[in-house]
Design a protein around this ligand. Structure first.
Ligand SMILES: *Cc1c(COP(=O)(O)O)cnc(C)c1O
Length: 366
C-alpha cells in the first residue's frame, strides 16, 4: 500500500469548488494586496486560533524578522534559541543583524531547555525564541518566569503549532509576538508562501503592520524605514476557506497520533511526550536506533518518512563562523541521530496508518 508523507492533493480535491470560487472572487474584485480578503483572514485566524490581535504577512520567516525588528533587536544583541529547529528560526535573527545563541532541548518534549538557556546568557542577551516544535507547546509560563528573571523579551515561533495551547492559552500570546507559517505543508497551508503574526498587544501589532508595509502611515507618507512583507490577497482568500476546517483537521491529526502512540509506546518506543499540553501534531516523531534501515524498509513498502531535522543548527555549515562544533548539545544531537517522522495528515486512512505501524514495528529497534 502506498502511503505518502503528506497528501495535499487529497485535501485540495475535497475543497476544490470552494477554493476556485475564492480565487475567482479575488480576481473579480482585484483586491490583490491588503484588501478585504487579507482583513477577513486576519479576523478568521485570530478567532479560530484564539489570538487577540493578528496580522497576515508574506511567510513564516519574514514574520520572525519583522517581529525581531519591531522588538528592537539588532546589531550587538544576542537571541537564545534551541539547536533543534528549522533553520529559519535562526536565519531571522541573523537577518536583523543580531547573533543567534544556541542551547539544548529537553529529552522528552524536544522543547527549549531553560537550564541550558541559562548557561548561555550574557550581558548582550536581549530575547529568547522558543519553538513549539512538531506542534507540541513549550511550557510558556516557565519561559515567562525565565524571561522575567533575566529581563528578556519573548518571541514564540509557532510555525508548527496552529491552534495549540500552552497553560490553557493560545501559543503566540505569551511574549511580545508569536509567528506562524502557512507554507503549503504546514497544518494550515496556503497555495504558495504566507505567514502570520500574533500578539496580545495592539500597539505591537500596529507597529508590525506599519513595518511590513513600508513604514507607511498614508499611501505616500512613510514614518520609518520598513519593508514589504505583506500577505497576498489570493493566499488570504484560500486560507479563509481552509481556516474553516483546521479545527477538524487538528482533531484528526490528534486521533492519528493517538493510534500511533498506542501501537508504538507499548513496544517501548520513545514518542513525543504530550502529557502537559496537547500537541497539534504537525509531525509524528518517534526515536529509533536503526533509522537508515527503517527508512529503507518503509520506502520499499511504498511508505514515505522524513527526518525533522537531521542536522542540528550547531552542526550546520552556516554556523561554523559562529564557532560551534559537535558535542555541545547532547540531547538535540542525539535526537537528530534517532528521530524519524511517520506520515500524519487528516486524510490518512485507518488502513494506511495500520500499514505504517505494522511495517515500522517489523523493522524498527528501540
Ligand atoms: C516552516 C517554519 C518556519 C518558516 O516558515 P516559512 O513560511 O517557510 O518561511 C520557521 N520556523 C519553523 C519552526 C518552521 O517549521
Amino acid at each position: 500500500m502506498k502511503v505518502p508523507f503528506v497528501d495535499l492533493k487529497a485535501q485540495y480535491l475535497k475543497l476544490k469548488d470552494e477554493i476556485h470560487s475564492a480565487i475567482q472572487s479575488v480576481l473579480e474584485d482585484q483586491k490583490f494586496i491588503q484588501g478585504e480578503h487579507s482583513k477577513k483572514f486576519e479576523n478568521d485566524f485570530c478567532q479560530i486560533h484564539g489570538a487577540t490581535f493578528g496580522l497576515g504577512c508574506s511567510n513564516g520567516t519574514s514574520a520572525l524578522t519583522a517581529c525581531l525588528r519591531v522588538m528592537g533587536i539588532g546589531v550587538g544583541d544576542e537571541v537564545i534559541l534551541p539547536a533543534n529547529t528549522f533553520f529559519a528560526t535562526a536565519e531571522a535573527v541573523v537577518e536583523v543583524g543580531a547573533t543567534p545563541v544556541l542551547c539544548d532541548c529537553e529529552a522528552g518534549t524536544y522543547s527549549i531547555d531553560l537550564i541550558s538557556a541559562e548557561s548561555v546568557l550574557t550581558a548582550k542577551t536581549k530575547a529568547i525564541l522558543p519553538v513549539h516544535l512538531y506542534g507540541l507547546p513549550v511550557d510558556m509560563e516557565n519561559v515567562q518566569r525565565f524571561a522575567e528573571t533575566h529581563n528578556l523579551l519573548i518571541l514564540e515561533d509557532c510555525a508548527q503549532a496552529h491552534l495549540a495551547k500552552s497553560n490553557g492559552k493560545p501559543v503566540g500570546s505569551f511574549g511580545e509576538f508569536g509567528t506562524f507559517s502557512f507554507y503549503p505543508g504546514k497544518n494550515l497551508g496556503a497555495y504558495g508562501d504566507a505567514g502570520f503574526i500574533t500578539s496580545s498587544s495592539q500597539v505591537n501589532i500596529e507597529r508590525a503592520r506599519k513595518y511590513i508595509n513600508h513604514g507607511r502611515v498614508e499611501k505616500y507618507e512613510h514614518d520609518e524605514f520598513g519593508t514589504n512583507f505583506r500577505m497576498d490577497g489570493i493566499q488570504a482568500a484560500i486560507l479563509s476557506v481552509k481556516a474553516k476546517y483546521i479545527s477538524d483537521w487538528t482533531k484528526s491529526r490528534q486521533a492519528v497520533a493517538e493510534k500511533y502512540d498506542n501501537a508504538l509506546k507499548n513496544n517501548g518506543f520513545k514518542v513525543i511526550e504530550n502529557k502537559n499540553f496537547e500537541c497539534v501534531y504537525h509531525l509524528y516523531v518517534v526515536e529509533v536506533s536503526n533509522r537508515d534501515q527503517v527508512i529503507e524498509d518503509l520506502h520499499e513498502k511504498g511508505i514515505s518518512s522524513g527526518i525533522h531535522y537531521p542536522i542540528p543548527l550547531n552542526l550546520q555549515p552556516a554556523f561554523k563562523p559562529l564557532g560551534y562544533k559537535g558535542g555541545e548539545f547532547p540531547v538535540a544531537e542525539s535526537a537528530a541521530d534517532r528521530i524519524l517522522s511517520l506520515p500524519i495528515y487528516p486524510e490518512i486512512s485507518d488502513e494506511m496508518m495500520s500499514c505504517v505501524a505494522d511495517q515500522f514495528l517489523s523493522v524498527a529497534k528501540v
